[in-house]
Design a protein around this ligand. Structure first.
Ligand code: NDP
Length: 400
């Protein structure tokens, strides 16, 4: 049993708190801290009424290292689970080092003034965490997270050599809104509007945004147009599984979504620099976030499924084989259990399982690691128990 501090009271944070409370035999004490304490209190009250578990709450500005250190030194958690925004990764890692606390997150660091994400900033902390004898676990949501663990599981049990990896992420849900993002709109729009990029024979190939696309068939869903975009787990997976020749990430988008996205970009509402509006400095994408539906409120009318998995081709015992491992998650079931839609659910459940792996001593080593560097087996076991069951298909046509 170990004390956990969860930072960030958004959609993902809500699911994490529910799942941690459901597994209170593993987590000794739970605290939720965020920029707005009132949001933490609402979640804590809901969890108390559903499971009878007490969640402490606190206010913290995670951009400020000294505030974080004060909180860590007074609460003394064993692990900080960062589900605030990627902008806060480095300040929280700094505070963890100063206060001697272990660290975990679900998304890699992004500077606020540059829509660019890569692991180099966080990997640079490896030696500091090693010297401090602390564990930092990076990218423990669904993608990155489960997709990375699916790959590690495939490498451990089904392949001697993985050569082709295609991560396929389909959200076939319907929330009934003309346009909404499924997680933080600022982070989401920055991610999906950037240039495409994939790994091919040792080099990174760049494309125009959404240039490569084709229809892929998803279990229980059918064909959906899928687009190659850059996604952060590709960077660590090709490093940790060097036999990979080609690695791509595919995400489905509806035509309506892409049209809105194009208009948002063309009229300048995706800009991340400050503009002057009647003497007030505003960042257009942050203003846009304020007027778009809150992803945390989409759950109530959300129907349909997400389907995320890995399609892998390679060799086992000298024989070529294909393998597809995936999870389908129902938005309605996710909402019924936690009050949140499937995208927050598929991120929050793996984050809790990662924290459980740490607390049980199964994923602990001093340094900074991506999730695929740990034993995937106990994590895969928990996915089946905690609401994200997975399925395997062997030697099928991968369509790719
Ligand atoms: P939300 O915007 O719903 O929630 C973010 C929360 O962080 C809010 O409660 C916000 O506070 C809080 N926060 C923001 N800035 C600060 C700060 N400076 N100090 C303290 N708290 C702060 O986002 P989501 O829940 O949708 O996403 C959370 C994280 O999960 C993101 O990093 C996202 O990239 C990641 N993610 C990962 C996925 C994966 O599969 N790996 C998939 C989806 C998301 P306030 O309420 O006051 O605004």
């Amino acid at each position: 049993m170990g004390k956990i501090l969860i930072i960030g009271a958004g959609g993902v944070g809500t699911v994490v708190v529910h799942k941690v409370a459901q597994n209170s035999d593993v987590f000794g004490e739970i605290m939720l801290a965020s920029r707005t304490k009132a949001k933490c209190d609402v979640i804590a009250a809901d969890v108390k009424s559903r499971y009878g578990v007490t969640v402490l709450t606190a206010q913290v500005d995670a951009d400020v290292v000294s505030e974080l250190v004060t909180l860590l030194q007074s609460y003394k958690p064993e692990l900080v689970l960062n589900v605030a925004l990627p902008y806060q990764d480095l300040t929280i890692m700094d505070a963890c080092l100063e206060a001697g606390v272990n660290y975990m997150d679900t998304a890699n660091y992004e500077p606020k003034d540059e829509a660019h994400f890569e692991y180099s900033w966080q990997w640079a902390y490896k030696e500091k965490f090693e010297k401090a004898g602390l564990t930092a676990i990076l990218g423990c949501g669904f993608d990155p997270g489960v997709t990375s663990i699916f790959t590690a599981f495939a490498a451990k049990h089904h392949f001697d050599e993985i050569q082709y990896l295609d991560i396929v992420d389909c959200n076939a849900g319907d929330h009934g809104k003309a346009f909404a993002t499924n997680f933080n709109p600022e982070i989401n729009i920055r991610e999906v509007s950037q240039r495409g990029k994939y790994y091919d024979n040792g080099t990174w190939v760049e494309t125009e945004p959404h240039e490569i696309h084709q229809a892929l068939n998803y279990p229980k869903i059918g064909p959906k147009e899928s687009y190659v975009i850059y996604h952060e787990e590709l960077e660590s997976l090709v490093k940790n599984f060097p036999t990979i020749k080609r690695a791509r990430f595919w995400m489905t988008f509806g035509q309506e979504y892409l049209t809105h996205l194009r208009v948002i970009q063309n009229i300048g509402m995706a800009r991340i620099d400050e503009v002057d509006y009647n003497g007030v400095k505003i960042v257009p994408i942050q203003f846009l976030k304020a007027v778009l539906p809150n992803p945390g409120d989409l759950g109530e009318n959300y129907t349909g499924w997400t389907s995320i998995g890995c399609r892998i081709k390679g060799f086992k015992n000298g024989v070529e084989k294909t393998y597809y491992v995936y999870n389908n998650c129902s938005h309605e079931a996710a909402y019924k259990e936690t009050g949140m839609q499937g995208v927050s659910y598929t991120t929050g459940v793996p984050a809790m399982i990662g924290a459980m792996m740490f607390m049980k001593g199964l994923w602990r080593k001093a340094g900074v690691y991506n999730v695929e560097e740990f034993n995937p087996d106990p994590f895969m076991e928990q996915l089946n128990l905690q609401g994200l069951p997975w399925h395997e298909l062997h030697d099928i046509d991968l369509e790719l």
